[in-house]
Each structure stands twice: as C-alpha cells, then as structure tokens.
Unconditional design. Sequence first.
Length: 235
Amino acid sequence: AMFTLELSPLAGLHDALWMPLYNALFKSHEALYVRIEALASSSATTRLVKHLPECDKKTHVRVVFISDTHQKMRHIRVPHGEILCVCGDLLLRNGFWYGAKGALSEVDRVLKSLPHKHKIVIAGNHDKLIEDSGPDLARVLLRSCIYLQNSSVTVMGLKFYGCPYSPLSPSRNSAFQYMRKEAADLLARVPRDTDVLLTHSRDKFTAAAARMASPLVHAVGHFHAEHGCGWDNGT
C-alpha cells in the first residue's frame, strides 16, 4: 500500500514568503552556456546569457543541467532544451515536514509542466525519502521523468548514467552516503561507453569513474557555491 501525505502549511509558508523576495533581488535568471565542439581543447568558452542562442536541432542536442533545487524548482526559470538533467537534492531536508511523499508528487508536477521532451533525474543526500522508498517506488512517484539510481539510459543518441552518491558527512541529510569501499565498488560499475555522467557529488571516487568512462560531460551538484565548468582530459 502507498500513502500520500501533503506538505504542511508551514513548509509552504517558507516558500511563499521567501522566494518572491529572492526573485525580486536576483532578476538576471542567467544560465551558464557551454558549447562542446572541441574536446581536444584545454579550455572552454563560457558565458552567462539570458537568452540562449539558436542551434541546429538536426546536428545538436541541447542538454540543460540543474541541481539542488530543494523543493523550489517551481521558482526557477529553467532554460529550454531537449533534455533536462537534475543532479540530485530534489527535497529540502529530512524530517516530517519535508519528507512526505506529497513533496515528491509536487516535484513531479513541476517536472511535468516543463517543456523539455526528456527529463532525467538522480537523487542526492537530502533525498532520504527516495532512498527509503527504493528506486521502483521512486519511479512511480516521479513518473514524469526518467529516474536513474546507479543505472543508465540512452536518450537521443546519448547514454546517461546516474549515481546519487556523496561522501559521508556529519550532516543529518545523509541519504546515499556510503563507506569508501562501497563507494569505490559502486562507481567502478559506470559503463565505459557513458556519454553523460550524472553524480550528486564530486570526490576521488567519482573522479576515478569519470576518468575511466571518459564521458563527454560529467555533471555534479551538491556544492552550491561552486557552479561553473572546466575541462579534464576531454570531459
């Protein structure tokens, strides 16, 4: 049996009061735009843009990466693209007020409203509800997207692999955090033909997986103040 418990009024009040103020203060809604056309290059041309340039959809696929939305995805102006990837931390925190299955239902409703043809989602350390539910129930609750949990999917000719792992920490938000050996064994399974690697966090184990698989893109969340991009051996 599956039950649904909606978010409390207090949880919704936080967003109702704070997010309009945040959006009023930060009006740019900019996105980091990167063209991947010269993998041999040691640097990338990046720029912050408000309106992304057009691309030839016959030869290009636009992939949008966001992460750590913490139940505030409905307040974000997500850039358009063919594929949207969410790199974990869909929920705000563990606990009664924010751990209800209704929170995931709300995330699913927001994902469904977005125009991207394909949505690929992984979990993060704040997503204890997903860890406790297991991947099968998570896919039922997040039916508007492709949920990856140490698994892969091929979309529009690109193979995506998603892993929710992050290193052990003293935070009470400790979902999908494993001991070193378990983390190493888990990330050693990343297929070598992966084009896009999605991990919630970044450490020596995810870096080793990226070096082994050598994907076109390794997208990471978790570190709120470290947004940006860089090149590492063609990735």
